[in-house]
Design a protein around this ligand. Sequence first.
Ligand code: ACO
Length: 318
Amino acid sequence: MSFSILGAGSALPSCVKTNDDLAQILDTSDQWIYTRTGIRRRHVITTETITGMAAEAARKALAAAGITPEDLDYIVCPTVGGDYITPGLGCTLQEELGAHCPAIDINAGCSGFLYSLDVVDGIFARKKARYVLVTAAEGLSRIMDWTERSTCVLFGDGAGAVVLGEGDGLRYLKLRTQGCSAPLHGRFPMGNSPWTKEEPHTHFVHMEGQEVYKFAVNTICTSVQEALEETGLSIDDMHHVLLHQANMRIIEAARRKLSIPEERCHCCIEETGNISAASIPTLIDRCSREGLFHSGENLLLCAFGAGFTSGTAILTWK
Ligand code: ACO
């Protein structure tokens, strides 16, 4: 016995920055950003906290599932970082919600939601839980170099959550890590240790766009084909496809190679930009609230991220 999704929620900060807004502070344009990425705008934190966004998404997911924070047996937070280096986002979210269960963070870059599902699968397998909350929340605007036009225009802030309960909704899940930090990483801030021999550096995200692009398209195509082979399912059996929202050109290239019909491939990147681990749960929330998912339909999820990490899952909607 593993899990099924009982409810979902999402939240975005109130401040919206369009591509034209970015063109006020960078040598860029709506035309360049939209044609290269499919992004029109992104939401960025001003007064909000990452914990606050996570709590808003989580409360919506709890309400959709019809349970309260006291009912939770575990909280798992995929994120590249919460409001503090320590404690983790899981702890600050647990405090904010008034829950009493154990809470942990998982940092697997943009694949964090899939890695969290794997951990949760183990929690249910050990019969340790009835209800688990997975809340991904990202404040990427805090770790962008807003003078570096080739990277900062891609990202946004946001949170997505699901409540999982005992069930047989998980049909397939596979993770991969291909340790390779050079093309995509963000470093811890410099300390002031008098003994450090570190070269001065910033904590901003460094990305070699073309390397990531190649890894992303290749990974989605290979992992999805492998998932279909191992389950004996075909792409026609996938009623909904939710790919990590990094770049519309990556999504389109993979969609075409895998012959996924356009109407089955759901996207929010135009409005959110890349919100890392929060992309897929945000899509789950939006699609479920729009009534797009029906009982018995299959959801194909696939994400890739810094590490490099990747994860692919097939879930049946209950
Ligand atoms: N506005 C205007 N011009 C720009 C901008 C910008 N924002 N950014 C870069 N340029 C310029 C470059 O300086 C370069 O100019 P030059 O030819 O005079 O040197 C030109 O545009 C082309 O630059 P490239 O880097 O070759 O552009 P490319 O077509 O590769 O697109 C992009 C860049 C969009 C970053 C692409 O490589 C990409 O999408 N890569 C994948 C990135 C990604 O998905 N990251 C997710 C990371 S995290 C995660 O989710 C895993």
